[in-house]
Design a protein around this ligand. Structure first.
Ligand code: DGJ
Length: 455
């Protein structure tokens, strides 16, 4: 009896030691493939075209913060020393001497209709970007649809060309709903204004699209089965208490779209949102819910006009918004922001083997600029990710640099994004096994797509 017990104890401890040894081996292996550089890098980079390396260059930003302008009385200043000014304070201060660094004026405009030659096809994140008629593009919080039938890109977004005001003292800065702007392009740089494809409702105050409400983050996908273009958007009242999604439909990518209805998906609040269409034609709604503490994800019905009953909570308690999804080599990725109103904050990249999760949080994908640029998503917020066809693992990261004092003058930050290279150390507890390749968004003051991609 005693011997048996001793023998049992022995084999138990042998098992425990072998398990520990095995775990240690796996951990060391993961560290080698994680930090070991070359091997891992080559593996993940092997699918990259050499020209993609151009997109991985970054520029540094050296910005001197001007000396503080302390407007307090000398007595008040003595009582409580002023908090140090940060670059984010400068960004949010409409009278900052650095304003032109974040919101360059009309003199540095990108004007594709007149910029042939050396400047042609260059993206300049943050500069005013004109359409082919010479007007600033109005497509904020937007997304891009590639229409296979017309071989054309369509960019949809919030048309915000109206005055910014506060509905009440504590309310967020807002612009009345004007509608959803739509622009078309063959090269992703020269954009023709297709007009407002879903317009605000002027008279009926009870209508979701009444100008006093909120319409944000419109996204469009094409349904092959019904032949319809379907738009989903965030619909709210001025205080963001309605927290719903709206759905509209059209026979043509250039609209007009007919507004169908709004609802709280699965019966829950829905604020920042996006939709994602998978390779198999299934589409999903991803939305910030439960006071923005979690994201919810669920498949759409076959006609894309509603959600099904299935819903999963993801990134629970992480307080993320502005979701933008993409897929690479069978893995789903998502970039999100934190929740700080119109102020910029740190982006995070997440990955999953299934759209409905579980999702794992990886790391901040921003590379270059300087530390503050990286911690503020280059002073912008994610909205959409465009895959670069023909270059697996290469994408354009689309973000909004919100100008909270004058929202119509918010800028676009488009940057190259690459999936590949050694994995980020995962933020979630996963036994230290880095399973996902790194997602990197590279800061460039000026960049363009590789020449062989251009059409
Ligand atoms: C952050 C969201 O991402 C934006 O779409 C907008 O809703 C602002 N908040 C409003 O403060």
């Amino acid at each position: 009896m005693v011997r048996n017990w001793a023998g049992g104890r022995c084999s138990m401890s042998a098992m425990v030691w072998s398990l520990l040894g095995f775990l240690l081996f796996l951990h060391l292996y993961s560290l080698v493939s994680h930090n070991g550089g070359k091997g891992g890098e080559n593996k993940f980079h092997s699918s990259h075209h050499p020209l993609i390396h151009e997109l991985e260059e970054v520029e540094e930003e050296h910005i001197q913060i001007p000396s503080p302008r302390d407007k307090r009385s000398p007595r008040a200043a003595k009582r409580r020393p002023k908090r140090t000014t940060t670059l984010i304070d400068e960004f949010l201060d409409e009278n900052s001497q650095l304003r032109h660094r974040f919101f360059p004026d009309i003199r540095s405009v990108i004007d594709p209709a007149n910029d042939a030659g050396n400047n042609s096809l260059y993206y300049h994140p943050g500069r005013i970007w004109l359409d082919t008629e010479g007007n600033p593009i109005q497509a904020h919080g937007g997304g891009v649809l590639y229409d296979e039938r017309s071989k054309t890109y369509y960019w949809y977004g919030e048309y915000k060309d109206g005055p910014t005001y506060h509905a009440h003292k504590k309310g967020a800065a807002r612009v009345d709903i004007i509608g959803v702007g739509c622009y078309s392009s063959k090269d992703l740089w020269t954009w023709k204004n297709e007009g407002i494809v879903l317009a605000a409702e002027e008279a009926n105050e009870t209508h979701d699209l009444h100008k006093s409400n909120v319409l944000e983050r419109p996204k469009v996908i094409y349904n092959h089965k019904t032949g319809k273009y379907v738009m989903w958007m965030h619909i709210d009242d001025a205080n963001y208490t309605k927290a719903a999604v709206g759905i509209a439909i059209s026979d043509s990518p250039a609209g007009p779209f007919d507004y169908l209805y709004s609802k709280r998906p699965h019966g829950f609040e829905s604020r920042d949102m996006t939709i994602f269409k998978d390779d198999d034609g299934m589409a999903y709604l991803i939305y910030s819910s439960e006071d923005n503490s979690d994201l919810h994800v669920g498949p759409l019905t076959e006609d894309y006009l509603d959600v099904t009953h299935f819903m999963r909570r993801i990134l629970v308690g992480q307080h993320r918004e502005a979701p933008a999804l993409f897929k690479h080599q069978g893995i789903y990725y998502m970039i999100t922001s934190g929740c700080t109103g119109w102020a910029p904050n740190e982006a995070l990249a997440h990955a999953a083997e299934s759209v409905v999760g579980p999702w794992e949080t990886m790391a901040n994908p921003c590379t270059g600029g300087n530390k503050i640029f990286r911690l503020t998503t280059f002073f912008s917020q994610s909205t959409f990710i465009i895959p670069l066809t023909g270059f697996p693992g290469s994408f354009i990261f689309m973000a909004d640099r919100w100008n909270h004092a004058d929202l119509r003058d918010s800028r676009y930050v488009w940057l190259p994004m690459i999936v590949g290279g050694p994995a980020n150390r995962p933020l979630d507890l996963n036994f230290g096994f880095p399973v996902w390749p790194r997602v990197s968004i590279y800061w460039h003051r000026k960049w363009r797509l590789p020449s062989i991609w251009r059409v």
